[in-house]
Design a protein around this ligand. Structure first.
Ligand SMILES: *[C@@H]1O[C@H](CO)[C@@H](O)[C@H](O)[C@H]1NC(C)=O
Ligand SMILES: *[C@@H]1O[C@H](CO)[C@@H](O)[C@H](O)[C@H]1NC(C)=O
Ligand SMILES: *[C@@H]1O[C@H](CO)[C@@H](O)[C@H](O)[C@H]1NC(C)=O
Ligand SMILES: *[C@@H]1O[C@H](CO)[C@@H](O)[C@H](O)[C@H]1NC(C)=O
Ligand SMILES: *[C@@H]1O[C@H](CO)[C@@H](O)[C@H](O)[C@H]1NC(C)=O
Length: 277
């Protein structure tokens, strides 16, 4: 039984075919958030419940332009008539598109040189005959996967006025978190995200960010980062999209007392070693 499962997943890897079913989900490029490999060839099929069409949100998209392409086709499964709607490459973060079908096939191909991070694309099922409408509410606050995306409500559509959202990024013990914004645009000085080096706002503040400059890459010193976003009563912008990734290994502990004790011990050992020569 288990051999069969291993063989099945091995076979799936060989043909690099990934199937997604449901009302929402995220498609990641191979190795994401590390760079995809050269000569990649991955086919994604998305199937949403019948009576719905597919809305795609490019939470992050960066490929070698114009060599590494994601071809987005309408149709999938046994459907013989796949129609290419868009063949995209380069920088596409913050765009979105509709596919008027409950099935879509996405083909990612990279060439033989130069790789980029790739993509994180969310799909949402939307009832046929209606328009996609962004949720306008905060995403759920806990983010405990090994990597993922955090966005302001409705991204890439404007966030609402007068909203505050908390995001707790939690990595396993003995891991730290790297947070990298790939899109950032808020009302300068008024719609702000505060980032704390720990699990709540009583930990040290790493920085507060607003405006349209991408903040620097942020590293936690422990296994938690806490983000708090607040918009004021007027003027709303696209907001942010950020990738978090947990990496194993903690920052070296630099407790000066241990250090000097160790040094003293080494010095003493050295002395003893020398005297016995
Ligand atoms: C479109 O995407 C496919 C991958 O499905 C690629 O092989 C092809 O060269 C692309 N065509 C254009 C015109 O960019
Ligand atoms: C990985 O991708 C990033 C951007 O997506 C790019 O700047 C970088 O050069 C790539 N690194 C390597 C080793 O190819
Ligand atoms: C802003 O939001 C707060 C908290 O939800 C609410 O109490 C307040 O009435 C809102 N202010 C306006 C002007 O909508
Ligand atoms: C913040 O987290 C620390 C450590 O888990 C906890 O002791 C403290 O009560 C928390 N503070 C708040 C305001 O939640
Ligand atoms: C955070 O980590 C990244 C990736 O490991 C590194 O490039 C960057 O210099 C670090 N930033 C700081 C402020 O330590």
């Amino acid at each position: 039984m288990s051999t069969l499962i291993i063989l099945a997943s091995f076979f799936q890897l060989c043909i690099a075919q990934l199937n997604f079913e449901g009302s929402t989900g995220i498609l990641y490029s191979p190795n994401y958030p590390d760079n995809y490999s050269n000569n990649a060839n991955v086919v994604y099929t998305v199937t949403v419940p019948v009576g719905n069409y597919i809305h795609l949100t490019f939470l992050d998209f960066e490929t070698e332009n114009p060599y590494d392409f994601l071809n987005i086709l309408q149709g999938g499964g046994d459907d013989d008539e796949l129609v290419s709607l868009k063949n995209v490459s380069g920088e596409q973060t913050g765009t979105s598109m509709d596919i008027s079908d409950s099935q879509s096939t996405l083909i990612f191909k990279s060439d033989l040189t130069t790789t980029y991070r790739g993509f994180a694309i969310r799909f949402d099922a939307v009832k046929a005959g209606t328009l996609f409408s962004p949720t306008n509410s905060c995403p759920s606050p806990l983010h405990a996967s090994s990597f993922g995306i955090v966005t302001t409500p409705s991204f890439p559509y404007n966030y609402p006025n007068n909203i505050s959202c908390s995001y707790l990024l939690l990595a396993p013990a003995a891991h730290t978190i790297i947070l990298q914004f790939v899109a950032f645009n808020t009302e300068d000085g008024y719609d702000i995200v505060w980032i704390y080096d720990g699990s709540n706002n009583s930990f040290p503040l790493i920085g507060k960010y607003s405006g349209n400059k991408i903040p620097p890459i942020i590293n936690s010193s422990g296994n938690a980062l806490y983000l708090y976003f607040r918009s004021d009563l007027v003027n709303n912008f696209q907001g942010f999209s950020g990738i978090y990734n947990s990496v194993s290994g903690v920052q070296p502990v630099t407790d000066p007392s241990t250090k000097s004790k160790k040094n003293l011990l080494n010095w003493l050992k050295g002395k003893i070693g020398n005297s016995s020569n």
